[in-house]
Design a protein around this ligand. Structure first.
Ligand code: ADP
Length: 471
């Protein structure tokens, strides 16, 4: 494995989890081993001490009752029956001089021990663990004071205990290695299973490019978190797809709607340059260029206003606004236009105040756009009715006309930027008025809806939250 692949291997979550699992199993195993090991060795020591005490007490009673000769004979008998390499007995003076022993040939090098400094317990006992030079295993000894002050020493090798502990270490070492391997393997399996969903999502993400935005990640059954990830990923894709589609539509529309006035301006300029016109024609052409340029600037400004309102950048100067006043003013403003087209413009407004908290100029803009459309798309001798009322929570304004109406096909799209119904292409407009109205109404926390019957007319309804704050 090259160092680069090795590095990237250790960077994967699967490998890290595998190592974590193996490490965890290892540490837990080691902890269990240590606990068992120390309690086993303490147990073995206790058992040896109990045996030594038992032997020393028996020998001491014999010594107290029958004296030196009897006890020395017992030393030999007992040592031979238990094995002279396993246990030994000695009778010592209080200063440590040996008075008699069992067969000590296997215990070469063992000193009597400094009995002067030994701290005997109340029962006259001392335990010690001693190493004999040249011997692998240590020995455990007990010193027990007899009634006459002499000391009985019984010793035993710790070889059996050591062998047992060694066996235990070997067995546990093997078990620990197996545990580590199993831990690593189990960790690897679990990590792979947990990561398979994530890998599936990232593989799907890698496959997606700008032409495949409709691709989705299947929601499997790898667990709640992975399902949530797949779902969140799909929702994000949906939003991106929508944004890309909107961006494409808007850029298509901008290209289309900006091109026409610019082409017209260019046409006028070309005619001016090539033809031989009089001053009057030149003036007319210049006026036409100014008019087209104004239209362009207005369109660009409206587009900016919609974008800023939609994104919340626009600052609204909020104040209590009486909608009755706004509607009255708008009706006054549009009356001459309506009369010119022989349209009957009427208002029906409740007498109670209709106060909303909003930006007066922006709300005026909404009502003006809707009224302008109503008059624009209504034929002479038609009617436009503006009504305003309120329920418990909101002010409701309806602008109803008896005009051309909107087909069911166009109706869902009329609030989209640059959308104009086909038959409106001959009427002036840029398809931004309703988008702006909708953005402004939403910015005020309101709603705008439309119902329409082709050939019979349309009704636009704007609802804005009532201002309930105490005046
Ligand atoms: P514009 O009026 O500049 O074309 P709008 O965004 O205000 O743009 O309106 C979008 C389209 O919705 C209009 O082109 C028209 O086709 C349709 N529309 C809007 N209001 C009415 C109405 N009152 N009656 C019939 N059609 C309407």
């Amino acid at each position: 494995m090259s160092s680069k692949t090795k590095n990237s291997f250790f960077k994967t979550l699967t490998s890290r989890l595998t190592l974590w699992y193996a490490g965890l199993f290892g540490v837990l195993g080691l902890a269990v081993f240590l606990v068992v090991y120390f309690s086993l060795s303490a147990n073995l020591k206790e058992r040896s001490d109990a045996q030594l005490l038992h032997l020393a007490t028996a020998v001491e009673s014999l010594y107290n009752a029958h004296g030196t000769r009897a006890v020395l004979a017992e030393f030999q008998r007992e040592a031979h029956s238990r094995g002279i390499g396993r246990v030994f007995f000695r009778l010592l003076t209080p200063r440590g001089t040996t008075l008699g022993t069992s067969d000590m040939s296997p215990w070469g090098g063992l000193k009597a021990g400094d009995l002067q400094t030994s701290k005997f317990t109340e029962g006259g006992i001392v335990f010690r663990t001693i190493s004999i030079p040249g011997h692998r295993n240590k020995i455990r000894v007990i010193f027990k004071k007899a009634a006459d002050g002499n000391v009985i020493q019984v010793g035993t090798t710790l070889r059996d205990n050591n062998l047992l502990l060694e066996k235990y270490r070997e067995t546990f070492g093997t078990a620990l290695s197996i545990l580590l391997i199993c831990g690593g393997f189990v960790g690897w399996l679990m990590a792979r299973r947990a990561m398979s969903g994530v890998q599936r999502v990232s593989r799907a993400a890698a496959r997606i490019d700008k032409n495949d935005l409709d691709l989705r990640v299947a929601v499997g059954n790898e667990g709640q978190e992975i399902d949530d990830l797949a779902r969140a990923f799909n929702e994000m894709l949906e939003r991106i797809e929508m944004l890309v589609r909107e961006l494409k539509d808007v850029s298509d529309n901008i290209a289309h709607d900006l091109r026409s006035p610019i082409t017209r301006i260019r046409g006028i300029a070309e005619t001016t340059l090539t033809g031989k016109q009089g001053m009057k024609e030149y003036r007319e052409m210049a006026a036409a260029v100014v008019g087209e340029s104004d239209r362009l600037v207005e369109m660009i400004n409206t587009m900016l206003e919609i974008a800023q309102t939609d994104s919340g950048v626009t600052e609204l100067s909020m104040q209590p606004v009486d909608m009755r006043q706004i509607i009255d003013d708008a009706a006054d403003l549009f009356l001459p236009l309506a009369e010119d087209k022989d349209i009957d413009l009427k208002t029906s407004i409740t007498s109670a105040p209709l106060i909303v908290l909003g930006d007066r100029a922006k709300i005026q803009r909404v009502i003006a756009n809707l009224l302008d459309n109503a008059i624009k798309f209504t034929s002479p001798a038609g009617q436009v009715m503006v009504a305003a009322g309120a329920d418990a929570a909101k002010v409701i304004i309806t602008i109803e006309d008896t005009g051309a109406g909107i087909s069911a096909h166009d109706l869902p799209h009329i609030f989209e930027r640059f959308y104009r119904c086909d038959k409106s292409r001959s009427t002036p407009g840029n398809g931004l008025g309703l988008s702006l109205a909708q953005a402004l109404v939403h910015a005020h926390g309101g709603e705008i809806t439309v119902t329409s019957l082709p050939g019979r007319g349309s009704t636009f309804t704007v609802s804005l939250p009532l201002d309930t704050s105490p005046s």
